[in-house]
Design a protein around this ligand. Structure first.
Ligand SMILES: C[S@@+](CC[C@H](N)C(=O)[O-])C[C@H]1O[C@@H](n2cnc3c(N)ncnc32)[C@H](O)[C@@H]1O
Length: 358
């Protein structure tokens, strides 16, 4: 380990900026004695003085000056690195196909509610568990799983601070108290190894260019014998009546656009191999088909119109801009998807829910 730590560099740089130990302690939220302790620690490790007191003023010694100049340089480099990482995150967010509009928030909430029974009848963990929800978005699934597991605690993370704010509002409105939200990247989680009892993730791997890397990182923070639950869709499982070539072309346009952005909306079928290659055991994949006809008016509204077709409408502008489909085909395709929700139509889509343990 180096004799000089980051805390020492921050200390020296702050003292240089504010000119006194008292002001530096305030700026760094330290007590004066803690600050003096750090200073003495550094001087004793380096076996040299950093300051002299001249007329009640702090004057840097030659060693102090060298540390002061190096501290400035290192801290600026650290800041530049942090800025670059923030930019990378913005790029990740920019590539996220559905975006973060109000309409998308409504769509995610509709999606979660409309298929709640199909996806979550078995989303239950031992009471007292600590569960990581990875990629919680605006909290649409969070509300459901937190309510189903009132004796467990959830840490729900997402890359988007805007989504987390909405998620927090929604949890507060619903008076749910067993969830803490945190901004984090699934590919680099800010948690120790073996930290969580269980992990839950829904509709996120489909957006990642390296889903296996994400699963590896989730595995790292999972305790031995812990479990992972993944839910993903698979657009290849979409079929409907009345059939329509344009509607199928519109769905295919969404698949191509998402793949261009590095994702894979047909990932549902790959969950078993992903978990298997990642070293999980006891893998069980359960296809959850949503079948809609006139006898299920809530699914006609909630799923066909407000989840699936709303999703295709949501990517229309970008699909046209990327020239993946022509406008006439897309408009007719969307109209035909809505037609399956008119009397006499039917619609099928299959989600995949995978559960496995370490
Ligand atoms: C389709 S939304 C699903 C949200 C929620 N799980 C649901 O089912 O309603 C996908 C979410 O994954 C998040 N996401 C994408 N990549 C991520 C990453 N690397 N780390 C954390 N969150 C990520 C996005 O910000 C977005 O909120």
């Amino acid at each position: 380990m180096s004799l000089i730590e980051m805390k020492h560099l921050r200390l020296i740089d702050t003292i240089h900026q504010v000119g006194s130990l008292k002001n530096a302690a305030e700026r760094l939220y330290l007590t004066q004695s803690a600050l003096s302790h750090q200073l003495k620690e550094l001087e004793s490790r380096l076996e040299t003085r950093i300051f002299h007191r001249v007329n009640n003023k702090l004057v840097f010694t030659p060693s102090g000056k060298a540390i002061r100049d190096a501290a400035k340089e290192v801290l600026e480099k650290m800041q530049a690195l942090e800025n670059a990482i923030q930019e990378t995150k913005k790029d990740n967010l920019k590539d996220y196909i559905h975006g973060y509009s109000k309409a998308e928030t409504v769509r995610l909430n509709n999606q979660a509610k409309s298929v709640e029974q199909i996806l979550h009848w078995d989303s239950k963990w031992d009471s007292g568990s600590l569960i990581l929800e990875a990629g919680c978005g605006v909290g649409s699934q969070t509300i459901i799983i937190a309510r189903l597991n009132p004796e467990s605690r959830f840490v729900s993370v997402d890359l988007s601070s805007r989504s987390l704010k909405k998620a927090q509002e929604s949890i507060d409105q619903n008076q749910i108290e067993n969830v803490a939200f945190q901004q984090a990247d699934i590919l680099k989680l800010p948690f120790e190894d073996d930290y969580f009892d269980h992990i839950f993730l829904c509709f996120v791997l489909e957006h990642l260019s390296k889903p296996m890397d994400a699963v590896q990182e989730l595995k790292r923070v999972l305790k031995p014998k812990g479990t992972i639950t993944l839910i993903e869709g698979d657009h290849g499982s979409t079929y409907f009546y009345p059939d329509s070539i344009n509607a199928m072309k519109a769905v295919e346009a969404q698949v191509r656009l998402q793949k261009m952005k590095g994702g894979n909306p047909n990932i549902g079928r790959e969950l078993y191999p992903i978990l298997d290659k990642s070293g999980f055991t006891d893998i069980v994949v359960s296809p959850r088909q949503v079948y809609v006809d006139d006898s299920k008016p809530e699914l006609v509204e909630g799923f066909i119109k407000n989840t699936f077709t709303a999703m295709i409408e949501g990517i229309s502008d970008e699909a046209l801009a990327q020239k993946i489909i022509d406008k006439k085909e897309l408009d007719c395709g969307i109209e035909d998807l809505y037609r399956t929700a008119d009397g006499g139509g039917t619609f099928c889509y299959t989600f995949f829910k995978a559960q496995a343990s370490l």
